[in-house]
Design a protein around this ligand. Structure first.
Ligand SMILES: NC(=O)c1ccc[n+]([C@@H]2O[C@H](COP(=O)([O-])OP(=O)(O)OC[C@H]3O[C@@H](n4cnc5c(N)ncnc54)[C@H](O)[C@@H]3O)[C@@H](O)[C@H]2O)c1
Length: 440
């Protein structure tokens, strides 16, 4: 059992703090956001993540998990300090490290004994070394400390399971003392029955593993989206093509689902970050540049598809099913829905929308949409409906009821969730991604 401080109570920090507490550690989770911390103390979750509220409650009741605004309290009480604050894109390109640097300075201010500072935030190679220099400069070597890079690979929507059953644990660290402590911390995951492999390497390699992994996954998505665009033009079916590709063990079936592209707080920011990291190092990373360009235009293919049916979208009403960047999260950061809304609005269309959990977040953004309370209410009276997020609930909708409530039966399936034959039988003009010519 270790005394741990987790700085940042967002998607990564809150899940990390809760899961580390659930593994039996004593954890204090810190954030600068007063509302967030006050809410958490009352059991109000700042994010939607399946299973998180229950796990937070259990661990708070067992007195293994608590929340605080005080970095002093967190740092002084802990031997291991996890940094899980945001690393947003910097205006003009690159990664903004101001939150990570502010946390490093605060840790240095309150240091009272040996500390292991573990970076879970996604940061460019060299950031760990920079944190080390910052803290050394502030403390003049009066207390010993080590920096560890321990990038996080959890996915929103399945974050708890991803944290507790990761494919691998990456530990970037050159200090034996810190490495032994980190291995002990992750023992419950690395010993049988789970036997999660641990990759121990230097800080820079660990930092790079995270960017390279995200850029590779984004590449798979943009690649299959480009292949889907070709499939449409040559009469091939992307589902079958992707299945045939995925059966090759060198390729694998995952991340080969064609649609309107990736979004969220990680892939767009991390591809952009990696491009800039390479540029700073004097290297032109052309593959990642192409991946980003493909993803940038992919949501706009929805507009092209709509304009094939309605050349002038002015005055038409379009119903969007889903707003979050993927199912099981309320995260709207860099969601393709935003590009689609902007373009439809610019084309003069009226937009109705529904998302099972992201409605509240969407309302805060003041998008030019009418937010509805259900999928059926959204599409009623619409000229077209567009599937934006592949929530399971949308797969179960009564398509005949939907068609009967619409002004015209046009369905653009941005996530290929429907069987084109079934939808055509329900009387729709259907257009998916990479599924040959539009069926009607
Ligand atoms: N969201 C994901 O799915 C995911 C997955 C893997 C890695 N990451 C990476 O993890 C990091 C955090 O991402 P996130 O999605 O959890 O971000 P987030 O925006 O949800 O949470 C960050 C939290 O840090 C807090 N914070 C900022 N400065 C602080 C300070 N000085 N002291 C205390 N708290 C402070 C903010 O108030 C916020 O609550 C990023 O680098 C991200 O790239 C995210």
């Amino acid at each position: 059992m270790k005394k741990i401080c987790v700085v940042g109570a967002g998607y990564v920090g809150l899940v990390t703090a809760t899961c580390l507490a659930d593994l039996g550690n004593e954890v204090i989770c810190i954030d600068v956001d007063e509302d967030r911390i006050e809410g958490l103390k009352k059991g109000i979750m700042p994010i939607f993540e399946p299973g998180l509220a229950e796990l937070v409650e259990q661990n708070c009741q067992q007195e293994r998990l608590r929340f605080s605004l005080s970095m002093e309290e967190g740092v002084r009480a802990s031997e291991v300090i996890f940094v899980a604050v945001g690393t947003p894109p910097r205006e003009g390109g690159g990664v903004d490290l101001k939150f990570v640097e502010a946390v490093a300075a605060e840790i240095a201010t309150h240091m009272n004994s040996y500390k292991i500072i573990v970076n879970k935030s996604t940061v460019p190679a060299g950031t760990g070394a920079r944190m080390q220099d910052l803290i050394r400069a502030q403390r003049n070597g009066d207390f010993d400390f080590d920096i560890v890079s321990n990038p996080e690979f959890l996915r929103e929507g399945s974050a708890i399971n991803d944290f507790k059953r990761p494919d691998r644990i990456v530990l970037g660290c050159t200090s034996e003392r810190a490495l032994d402590a980190m291995r002990a911390l992750y023992d419950p995951l690395s010993i049988p029955p789970l036997e999660t492999p641990i990759i121990a390497t230097n800080v820079e390699s660990a930092e790079m593993i995270k960017y390279a992994s995200n850029a590779f996954l984004a590449t798979k998505i943009s690649f299959i989206n480009e292949i889907a665009n070709v499939c449409e033009r040559v009469g091939a079916d992307i589902d079958t093509v992707a299945k045939g590709m995925g059966m090759d063990s060198r390729i694998g079936p995952r991340f080969l689902h064609a649609g309107i592209g990736y979004g969220g707080s990680c892939f767009p920011k991390d591809t952009e970050g990696l491009l800039e990291i390479a540029r700073d190092a004097g290297y032109d990373l052309r593959i990642v540049d192409a991946v980003m360009k493909v993803n940038d235009v992919q949501p706009l293919r929805v507009i092209e598809k709509l304009q094939r049916v309605f050349p002038d979208l002015g005055g038409r009403t379009v119903g969007l099913l889903g707003l979050s960047f993927k199912p099981n999260t309320d995260d709207l950061r860099a969601a393709p829905s935003e590009r689609i809304i902007e373009s439809l609005h610019a084309a003069g269309a009226k937009i109705k929308a529904y998302d099972p959990v992201a409605g509240e977040e969407a309302a805060k953004r003041k998008w030019p949409i009418e937010l509805c309370r259900s999928a059926y209410a959204t599409v009623a009276g619409c000229d077209a409906m567009v599937v934006v997020t592949e929530w399971d609930a949308f797969k179960e909708l009564d398509l005949v009821r939907i068609r009967e409530s619409m002004l015209s039966p046009v369905l653009i399936d941005g996530r290929n969730i429907y069987d084109p034959t079934v939808v055509a039988e329900a009387g729709f003009h259907y257009d998916g991604f990479g599924r040959g010519s539009a069926a009607s």
